[in-house]
Ligand binder design. Structure first.
Ligand code: SAH
Length: 419
């Protein structure tokens, strides 16, 4: 989500005549986006803000320093007091507002036409553009999660605007598209039957754009229905990637987390999705050490992960987020060492399971999009977003290629070029 926000901002600044540089000492404007989903991310933001104090350009002047994102949305006053060397603090929940505030604060921008019709440039100096945000904020209210507080309630981007942005990306040459929302399946909650609205969003994108691959992220398991599996998950131009965060394998912990589904639903809907889409690539998020998680609950998560068979997983230890329902109700009773032991055990086991599952790709021919060419090696990604390292000869960034997978780890593959 943050990557998408920064790509979008970079594209707009780029279109207005700006240029990204690698070294902040060459920049006129330094914008720092922040994440607050776990305490560690927030600490990183503080230390980075601290480092900026000494940033100077070659002529000794300071670039304009802007802090923004979730940490700022939550505690702007505190930050402004603690890091006085930053010039501007921006709430990123309204991207149009960010541009207006920037134009006021940053003289060179006031001359640029930021309202000119948005034509994204793919080469912004950041990652190749492919994201469209469909939902900002979140209404779900998982007990542990700070997102609703940091990003605000769910706001659906109007369908028309999503389509226009997707078409602009396509015209600019983006090879594929990813549509984003904290729970993308809840698109359109504001009017009518939300499950149908997600289907309508995806079917409109399929009809109004020519992308060969469209990905949707992230899906809350309780909102995944058989109809969505049949019409969207199984669609040939929708990628096989299904990111379906399970969080815990214990029904009691899932209820305490206020996730809104149980293991039975999860099992059933994954089986159905796999039946509709045999090449499904299933990834998940797992969160260990939730305040009410016992050793037995943790074992249930291990069993569930093995039983379901995730191709990849993002795994986290519980981090108490002030202001969340779980922080108010339970605090953070488990010792850090205990949480980390559980996390490390889960990561080690999941890595083994994931590696075995990913071996199925060895010898397979997969279409990939080339991301970077660096000397003799190219990095490409599969439709399910797995990096593939392959020989660069004849390959160009941004294009589709065919590769035969020669080795597969969980986090990346290696392949040969197939002419
Ligand atoms: N709606 C997004 C959530 C983004 S946060 C999604 O479903 O992907 C990504 C992951 O961070 C969550 O799925 C959860 O596993 C983890 N997470 C969220 N809050 C956390 C917390 N307080 N401590 C540890 N991990 C957390």
């Amino acid at each position: 989500m943050n990557v998408a926000d920064m790509d979008d901002l970079a594209a707009r600044l780029n279109a207005a005549g700006g240029r990204a540089v690698d070294d902040p000492r060459q920049a006129d404007l330094v914008m720092v986006n922040t994440c607050t989903v776990r305490a560690k991310a927030e600490e990183k933001a503080y230390s980075f803000f601290g480092e900026l104090k000494h940033l100077r350009r070659a002529d000794g002047s300071r670039p304009l320093l802007v802090g923004m994102g979730c940490v700022v949305n939550k505690q702007r006053e505190e930050l402004a007091k603690r890091f006085k060397h930053l010039d501007l603090w921006l709430d990123f929940s309204d991207p149009d507002g960010v541009l207006a505030a920037l134009r006021q604060a940053f003289a060179p921008l006031s001359e640029l036409d930021l309202d000119a019709e948005f034509t994204p440039a793919l080469d912004t100096g950041l990652s190749p553009l492919r994201f469209v945000t469909a939902i900002r904020g979140c209404n779900h209210g998982c007990a542990y999660c700070v997102v609703p507080r940091a990003r605000g309630p769910q706001r659906d981007v109007p369908l028309k605007r999503i389509i226009a942005e997707a078409q602009a990306l396509e015209r600019a040459g983006a090879p594929d598209l990813a549509v984003l929302g904290q729970n993308i399946l809840a698109y359109g909650t504001t009017s009518g039957d939300r499950r149908r609205r997600f289907i309508e969003l995806m079917e409109t994108l399929l009809a109004e754009t020519g992308f060969r691959w469209i990905t949707y992220l992230t899906s809350l398991p309780g909102d995944l229905t058989e109809e969505i599996c049949e019409r969207i998950v199984a669609h040939p131009r929708i990628t096989p990637l299904l990111h379906l965060p399970l969080q815990s394998g214990s029904d009691r912990v899932l209820a305490d987390m206020r996730r809104g589904y149980d293991m039975n639903h999860y099992r059933r809907i994954v089986a159905y999705a796999r039946q509709c889409r045999p090449d499904l690539y299933l990834t998940t998020d797992l969160l260990v050490g939730f305040p009410t998680e016992t050793e037995a609950d943790f074992r249930a998560t291990l069993l569930a992960a093995e039983e379901i068979g995730f191709d990849d997983a993002f795994m986290f230890a519980y981090s108490e987020r002030p202001g969340t329902p779980a922080a108010r109700k339970y605090g953070d009773p488990l010792p850090r060492a205990e949480k980390l032991d559980r996390l490390h055990e889960l990561i080690a086991r999941q890595r083994e399971w994931g590696k075995l599952r990913n071996h199925r790709f060895i010898g397979q021919r997969l279409a990939v999009i080339v991301e970077h060419v660096d000397g003799a090696v190219a990095v490409a990604r599969t439709s399910f977003n797995k990096p593939v390292h392959l020989p660069a000869a004849g390959l160009k960034a941004g294009e589709y290629a065919l590769t035969e997978i020669t080795s597969a780890k969980v986090s990346s593959f290696a392949g040969n070029a197939v002419p």
